[in-house]
Ligand binder design. Sequence first.
Ligand code: PAF
Length: 254
Amino acid sequence: MIKVIERLSEWKKIRVGRLYAKKTFGLVPTMGALHDGHAALIKKSIKENDITVVSIFVNPTQFNNPEDLKKYPNTFDADLELLNNLKVDFLLHPTYEEMYPYFYDYKVIETNFSKTLCGQFRPGHFDGVLTVVLKLLNLVKPNKAYFGEKDFQQYKLVKGMAEAFFIDTKIISVPTVRTKDGLALSSRNMRLSKDELKTAAYFPQILKLKLSDEKIKSLLEKKGFRVEYIEQIGSRRFGAVYLGNVRLIDNVKI
Ligand code: PAF
């Protein structure tokens, strides 16, 4: 049975306890609304570590748009059932007050890559992500932490932060899990209508075509997407689009 921890003081005692002194820890940070993409991260952690800790914390500092934060799906009961079925050891489910004892007076800012791609359109987003991930890494002290490739820029920035600050956690990326027709799984997909879900599947299909970024952008617009950015960096093409007011991101190797 999973142990749900809401008080960080309780967690800190458990973490230094003799019971876990020789165990390896894997961390899967999430904001809940769990799907098969999260399950893939969790399964990998369970395979590679003695103890798996999942966190569910909807981190307000990474939402540049307050409406997006308000609408972020909450499926806590189903999440807990999934975590139990997967045999996760611990769920960290702290409050904002616990996670931000100094509010947001202290933060982590990366000044280069975080200003590109999604960072250009979501000011402060990656400051919030890096800050909360650093807190979680310090709390859990995991040997390994797992991040999905759908958020490739996030994965790269977290990996860079861990290296820059000499954090002894291996940051591991896990391939994107997709539906049959190729749509990357995302908690935000829950906000798409049936028709929008069908249209959304064109996003990765078009993104991976061997055409210029400009051409990809115009093909997506023809399908009804509002394109925020399409940009190829090396052999990977990144994109962010809107369907209605739902923002989708993806990236593919080309
Ligand atoms: O990818 C996410 O769900 C979040 O950005 C993360 C890593 C849990 C930090 O809040």
